[in-house]
Design a protein around this ligand. Structure first.
Ligand SMILES: [Cu+2]
Length: 135
């Protein structure tokens, strides 16, 4: 019977290397700032920034609108694209939070106590989608 141990070790090392990027900078940021109580998401040029944010449970998220036009922040999923052409509905709010429209220089805040992934979008610009991950 051939000895497969060296190969298995090599595969194991390879999988560690491949897995490394998934421990990305968000995880690092969370570890470096475990006491962070509030984080700001900027809304600028019809985009949420950052698109994906990892925070600790209990963190308050402040969305700050820097665009010269109104936006909103609605929790849930917005889907767009060719494959959605026949769909009756492309926005699926989950009613965890909804800001209503707010203008330039204004903010909307939510404190997220429960761990999980929170997708959200802008109702009037449904291509604006982003996500908060609470760990
Ligand atoms: Cu918008």
């Amino acid at each position: 019977m051939p000895n497969t141990r060296p190969l298995r070790l090599a595969m194991c090392a390879l999988s560690l290397v491949l897995a490394a990027p998934s421990f990305g900078s968000d995880e690092q940021a969370l570890q470096e700032n475990p006491e962070t109580q509030a984080v700001t998401v900027e809304i600028k040029n019809l985009q949420f920034s950052p698109l994906e944010l990892v925070v600790a449970a209990g963190t308050t998220i402040n969305w700050l609108n820097l665009d010269p036009l109104d936006h909103d922040v609605t929790s849930g999923v917005s889907v767009l694209g060719r494959q959605t052409r026949d769909m009756k509905q492309t926005k699926f709010p989950d009613e965890k939070f909804a800001s209503g429209l707010f203008g330039k220089g204004k903010t909307f805040s939510v404190t997220l106590e429960e761990k999980g992934e929170y997708d959200y979008y802008c109702n009037i610009h449904p291509f604006m989608v982003a996500k908060i991950i609470v760990r």
